[in-house]
Design a protein around this ligand. Structure first.
Ligand SMILES: [Zn+2]
Ligand SMILES: [Zn+2]
Length: 394
């Protein structure tokens, strides 16, 4: 299936990076596999993410526009382009050349068909980037948020304060003042790359990596940014608003695109992953969209029937208890369970009745119950269907 990356995101071919990011956020919110019920959500999400990854990376986007969709995909499968000019590609160096995609070493991270080979190499070369510019995607960051069942029921916008690395505002992530004098890095002769030999379980592998001295810049500066000490990043506290969709389940993770750590050398930012925990609500137990509530009733209520108030997430509902109700019987209040994610229907509230045997009788009650026993109340008659009515397990 060949679907153009621009089509996938539904943006024009001359869309700005901001427009692409906005389109991505909209699509990703709909198809994120953690929050979408759509059968193809995972596949769609991958395509959306891939399209965004390529189109927001200046180098990749240029290559994509130049080569067209099919050729670009092909090139990527092979692990890189032959026709990338300038800084050049450095994947698959030395003896490994010709072995196909050099996994994470390729210019596109694990994006293509790296497979298990890629994983192995990622372990050993994970920290290295062979991009000429030294630009790398920033790390994903992880945080957590705790919400009430009512928040999960209605959906909620929460503000979240995280301390995270941010691109240094004084040097714009460069690590040096704009007017600092530059000289060519002697370690890599300005290439930003050095050859390194690593010992791996697969033998000695020569790999080209980012120059440790200039961190891929190819240049050294006579001055460091005094604010960030040359890192290009500072740790800052940020407050973000996160939209938590109605129907979210305990343990699900939300992703905020581009809110992770900034990439080294002004690379794109990683994502912020937010693990959602839902506080226990002592009134309910939750099973997906279904809620369960245990309702204690008295012997007379069970015997004669009654109308009782049952709590719902939002308030309460009247429930008719018929005469002759047994302990363990279940009643269903339709539509009072949790909403399905993305607003497609609602679960039910299941009320599990427990008849409470009286323990502290006063004299009058004792007398009355004794009279009941003497009047034949001690005889138990189990009718047909009795066990079926209370066999539900909860
Ligand atoms: Zn260098
Ligand atoms: Zn700085």
């Amino acid at each position: 299936m060949t679907e153009d990356f621009y089509d996938i995101l539904e943006v024009d071919r001359d869309a700005s990076e901001d427009e692409i990011n906005a389109a991505y956020r909209k699509k990703a919110a709909r198809y994120h596999p953690d929050v979408s019920d759509d059968d193809d959500a995972e596949e769609k999400f991958k395509r959306i993410k891939k399209a965004k990854e390529v189109l927001t990376d200046e180098e990749k986007r240029q290559a994509y526009d130049r080569m067209g969709h099919e050729r670009f995909q092909e090139a990527e499968k092979r692990g890189g382009f032959e026709d990338r000019g300038g800084a050049g590609r450095a994947g698959g160096a030395g003896g490994a050349r010709g072995q196909g995609p050099f996994g994470a070493g390729g210019p596109f991270g694990g994006g293509g068909g790296g497979g298990s080979m890629g994983d192995i190499f990622e372990q050993f070369f994970g920290g290295m980037s062979d991009r000429g510019s030294g630009r790398r995607r920033g790390q994903d960051l992880r945080t957590e948020i705790e919400i009430d069942l009512a928040d999960a029921y209605h959906g909620v916008e929460k503000s979240l304060t995280v301390t995270r690395p941010e691109r240094c505002g004084d040097c714009d992530g460069r690590g040096h003042p704009a007017d600092a004098d530059a000289r060519t890095c002697p370690e890599c002769n300005g290439r930003g790359q050095v050859r390194q030999v690593q010992q791996t379980p697969l033998g000695r592998v020569q790999q080209t990596g980012t120059c440790p001295r200039c961190e891929g810049d190819g240049e050294l500066y006579d001055e460091r940014c005094s604010t960030c000490g040359g890192d290009g990043q500072t740790r800052e506290e940020s407050t973000l608003n996160v939209e938590i969709p109605a129907g979210i389940q305990d343990g699900q993770t939300l992703r905020m695109d581009g809110e992770g750590a900034p990439g080294p050398n002004r690379g794109p930012s990683g994502d912020l992953l937010i693990d959602v925990t839902i506080r226990d609500d002592e009134r309910f137990e939750r099973e997906g969209t279904e809620l369960h509530h245990r309702l204690p009733i008295s012997v007379p209520q069970a015997t004669f029937g009654d109308t009782v108030a049952v709590p719902t997430v939002d308030g309460q509902e009247d429930l008719e208890i018929p005469s002759g109700t047994q302990s363990g019987e279940e009643f269903t209040i339709r539509g009072e369970g949790m909403p399905r994610l993305r607003g497609r229907g609602q679960g039910d509230l299941h009320v599990h009745v427990q008849v409470v045997t009286p323990t502290d009788l006063n004299d009058e009650q004792r007398e009355a119950l004794t009279a009941f026993a003497e009047a034949g109340g001690e005889e138990i008659e189990v009718r047909e269907g009795f066990w079926e009515k209370i066999k539900n397990t909860f």
